[in-house]
Design a protein. Structure first.
Lengths: 302, 326, 324
């Protein structure tokens, strides 16, 4: 019965896509621009690491006794470590590891969490939903770090296991998000229309609901890459993740910890790397959230 | 046209919105008069600019709106020259507005009493008790039973029709000279709509206010208006007294629009269809904005904006077809 | 006058929604549809008119089994559809379609026009890519769209265009019956005219039957062959569309007719009947005749006994004690 009388004059049929609006808003926010620039820089650093790193063989862990614990200099921008390896090269190479870890964790979590969430949401109120959500609740009740520690300890040390552990403690958040999306989408007319056409239920879930529910989750996942990096680094810091001689940032912070008084550069630079990377993803996340804010839409249309 | 009886004169109003997509040329030289004792219907389809016009009169526009030209003369003074403070006095005072969706224009956190009494206190120099008494009378006059009890209700406890009556009570509380009603019945059932339209007619008669009634529904216009302005894509296509507009529409858009409305008399016939679609206003059509869809389009329509021509005593049409001396 | 056997027969259809307190205790029922009888004939348009809350939308959806009824039967072409199993129901869906009110939200925002229509076909029939493309083009042309629209997304099209896509999707595989749930209520007047004429053309070409649900009496009066008037879960009057203006008998219908604003001068309308009060809630409808608290002609019997829908003259049914 409601006739929509819009305040904005009709803009005709040219509705610009979501992506362009988001891009526009992000472009005008200096913090977001800075964040994106830095992220690109980090990615470049990681990709080009083997070419830029002046002493890339150092990751193999071969000690170079004469160069032990040199302070930062032009030769060794971040100084050297206990074995005489160039910290700068190590941090650079570690960039690839951390970025990969963040990506893998997030993707794994999505792969587990999304289908579960979408099914739970569509079959909301039924046994299927209850079962999935109880399991999810159990996982959610445990602090992620603790859970990751327990799983990593069970699986044994190693970067792969750390990533798996993190993913296992991560997926429930996506399930919840997807479930909320799916549950609301389920009421929408186009889902009813598909049912009216005779489309089977599971087909509806994966053809109609999943693609439409996934957008906010993707945004969340992008922002989560930073946190995933933090979590895997934490595990490595605790000794449960990457093992020496892998140049993983968290591991390096741990190794450099005893020497922080006299040879501060060993722990500080990897620590800074973690800090900057995670912060930059968080800032991007804030920018994205602002860009997606529905209140801004009124401004856009005038 | 008797200038003395003009309550509100909108002259050549031009309005733009600055958006991320570009500049939307929402109003392109809109002119019309609302006289004393008029119920002036502003009709048009989505996007024609009728709501924007009413908001411009009360200067309730968003930040990205720019008034590019024209004047709005209300009781001899140009509203566009007034400061925000002066406008605040006028809003709810000499000019009141009733909106489409009463459930969103009434504050859900305050009772009827709070909202009604506050408006009364804002515009009139009376104390709280007097305001309450007048409030009760107002509620009764808009046909609400048991006003004392109603005062204590929150908006969500009332039906749509009752909410709208409360809105009307608030709007007429200061005895305005002009009442702007923006699609006040679009969200209401047909039978309730009839009651509200009756109420508005009654208010008009009893308080001598003029009404600027904005709607997309020609049926409502026929029920309640005595003069009509038809808007299209930010321009005023035609203005005429109600009877003349329905029996002798001049503008091709008006003709097409009237012919496309399903009425019982048209059963068994085909409805007229205006070809094409409403244009977008960032790059509106050149010349006459209706020309891409007009069955009587001429070359000049593509190039020049049409003039407003007066036909007979009261009938104005903005169209090249009626250009004198062409 | 069409004397064909009804294609769709609805008998005593009921749809109740339980009202729950604390998630488990059922404290009452919303009796959205409370015993409805309805017939739709072949190649005809049956209008269903009522105000908000009368249950017309629920009725439309229950007839096509998008919602499961609480009681009652629906016969399609003689076959009782409430008892069909999943597979049979799927077959049935080829013949019974539905078009919704808001065109934009009835289309998947992430699917292009072609895919939306294809879904109507592919769900039931295996066909090669070429055959499908041909079919899509044919359908687009039928509803007044062009080939270039095939690849557009709903947010790139206007309301009218989207509704055409929804209609194209609905007529894939040549259904016999289409439920139209307020198909033009969200559209501008000039676009509404286009869609109404399109629906009429398609009905002519393909012998379609429509159940046209709306709150807008002008539109229903224009396009329907016969009309059912619904009030709080019940049908109160059934009459031919060209007779409704002069010969309506039920007081509620008369009120509706007098309240509807008509865009014509000097329309002879009934004396404006002041309808008092509000629409009752379907959870606790008034006893006896549901309209009695608001009826200007209420009699004692109306308060206790619910009137039956009876035929007072040829093809004119009323549920009212006074009219009978």
């Amino acid at each position: 019965m409601a006739r929509k009388v819009s305040l904005s004059p009709s803009l005709g049929r040219r509705r610009f896509s979501e992506a362009r609006i988001i891009a526009y808003v992000l472009r005008s926010d200096p913090l977001s621009v800075g964040a994106i620039a830095l992220i690109l820089l980090i990615i470049f650093a990681g990709v080009l690491a083997p070419l830029i790193a002046p002493y890339k063989e150092d990751i193999l862990g071969i000690p170079r006794p004469g160069y032990k614990f040199l302070p930062p200099s032009l030769d060794h921008l971040f100084g050297t470590d206990y074995f005489g390896r160039d910290v700068f090269s190590l941090v650079l190479m570690g960039t690839r590891i951390s970025l990969m870890a963040g990506l893998v964790v997030v993707i794994l979590s999505l792969l587990i969490g999304c289908p579960l969430g979408v099914i739970a949401g569509y079959f909301r109120g039924t046994v299927v939903d209850e079962v999935i959500m109880r399991v999810t609740d159990i996982f959610l009740a445990l602090p992620p770090l603790l859970l990751a520690i327990v799983i990593a300890a069970t699986l044994g040390p190693g970067l792969e296991n750390a990533m798996i552990a993190t993913a296992i403690s991560w997926w429930p958040w996506y399930t919840r998000l997807m479930r909320a999306q799916a549950a609301s989408l389920r009421e929408r007319p186009f889902v009813e229309a598909a049912r009216g056409l005779g489309v089977g239920e599971l087909v509806i879930v994966f053809r109609h609901i999943l693609p439409n529910a996934v957008a906010p989750v993707i945004v969340q996942a992008t922002m989560d890459i930073g946190s995933a990096i933090l979590l895997t680094s934490a595990l490595s810091f605790l000794g449960l993740g990457a093992q020496p001689p892998t140049p993983e940032w968290g591991l390096m912070v741990n190794l450099g910890r005893p020497y922080i008084r006299n040879y501060w550069w060993y722990a500080t630079f990897p620590g800074l790397a973690i800090f900057i990377t995670v912060m930059v993803f968080n800032v991007l996340g804030d920018g994205l959230r602002k860009a997606l804010d529905p209140r801004l839409r009124i401004r856009r249309a005038g | 046209m008797n200038r003395l009886s003009d309550l509100l004169s909108v002259r050549n109003l031009m309005l733009h919105f600055v958006t991320y997509y570009g500049v939307v040329k929402a109003l392109d030289g809109v002119s019309f008069d609302v006289r004393r004792e008029d119920v002036f219907g502003l009709v048009g389809e989505t996007g024609c600019g009728k709501t924007v016009t009413s908001l411009t009169i009360l200067k309730l526009l968003p930040e990205n709106a720019m008034i590019v030209g024209g004047e709005i003369i209300f009781k001899g003074e140009n509203l566009l020259d007034k400061s925000e403070e002066e406008m605040r006095d006028i809003r709810g005072g000499k000019i009141s507005m009733i909106f489409q969706d009463p459930s969103t224009s009434l504050n859900p956190l305050f009772t009827v009493k709070d909202q009604l009494v506050r408006v009364l206190l804002t515009h009139q120099k009376i104390n709280k008790e007097e305001a309450y008494r007048r409030g009760i009378n107002l509620l009764r006059s808009v046909g609400l039973p048991d006003p004392e009890r109603l005062m204590g209700f929150y908006p969500f406890e009332l039906s749509g029709g009752m909410q709208q009556r409360v809105m009307i009570a608030i709007a007429i509380s200061s005895n305005p000279d002009l009442l702007i009603a923006d699609e006040p019945t679009s969200n209401l059932d047909v039978t309730i709509q009839a009651q509200i339209l009756d109420l508005i007619k009654r208010c008009r008669e009893e308080t001598e206010a003029s009404v600027l009634f904005i709607t997309h529904d020609f049926g409502i216009v026929t029920e309640i208006c005595n003069r009509v302005g038809v808007m299209y894509a930010g321009t005023m296509a035609e203005i005429a007294p109600l009877r003349e507009l329905l029996t002798d529409p001049l503008h091709p858009y008006t003709k097409g629009l009237l012919a496309s409305i399903p009425t019982p008399g048209k059963r068994g016939e085909r409805l007229h269809m205006i070809r094409g679609m409403v244009p977008e206003l960032i790059k509106p059509p050149s010349g006459c904005r209706f020309h891409p869809r007009c069955p009587s389009v001429m070359d000049v329509c593509r190039m020049k904006s049409p003039p407003t021509v007066k036909i007979g005593e009261e009938h104005l049409v903005t169209c090249h077809l009626y250009e004198t001396g062409a | 006058m069409k004397l064909s056997k009804p294609l769709v027969e609805v008998r005593n259809l009921k749809k109740y929604f339980p009202v729950r307190k604390w998630l488990f205790r059922v404290v009452g029922y919303v009796k959205a549809v409370d015993g409805v009888d309805l017939d739709v004939r072949v190649k005809s348009t049956h209008g269903l008119i009522g105000e908000s809350g009368c249950g017309k939308t629920t009725l439309g959806r229950t007839i096509v089994r998008l919602m499961e009824p609480t009681d009652g039967k629906v016969f399609f072409d003689g076959i009782e559809i409430m008892g069909l199993n999943k597979k049979e129901l799927r077959e049935l869906r080829k013949n019974m379609r539905i078009v919704f009110q808001d065109p934009l939200s009835s289309l998947d925002p992430r699917m292009c026009v072609r895919d939306q229509i294809v879904e109507g076909v592919r769900t039931h029939v295996r066909a090669s890519g070429e055959e499908i493309d041909e079919e899509i083009l044919r359908l687009l042309k039928l509803v007044g769209l062009k080939e270039e629209h095939m690849w557009r997304y709903p947010h790139e099209l206007s309301g009218g265009q989207n509704q055409r896509v929804a209609i194209a999707r609905a007529i894939t595989l040549n259904p016999k019956f289409v439920v139209l749930d307020e198909p033009t209520s969200a559209l501008d007047v000039s676009v509404q005219a286009q869609i109404l004429e399109l629906l009429k053309d398609l009905q002519d070409k393909f012998n379609l039957s429509y159940l046209f649900i709306s709150h807008d009496l002008s539109v229903v009066g224009y396009i329907s062959d016969d009309i059912s008037v619904m009030y709080v879960g019940n049908i109160v009057e059934v009459i031919d569309a060209d007779r409704i203006w002069e010969e309506a008998l039920h007081p509620y219908t008369q009120c509706l007719l007098s309240a509807v604003p008509i865009a014509e001068l000097d329309v002879k309308k009934e004396e404006k009947i002041e309808l008092k009060g509000e629409v009752p809630s379907p959870v606790n409808p008034p006893p006896g005749c549901r309209f009695h608290p608001r009826c200007p002609y209420v009699m004692d019997v109306c308060k206790t006994r619910k009137p039956e829908l009876v035929e007072v003259e040829h093809k004119h049914l009323v549920a009212c004690h006074k009219a009978v």
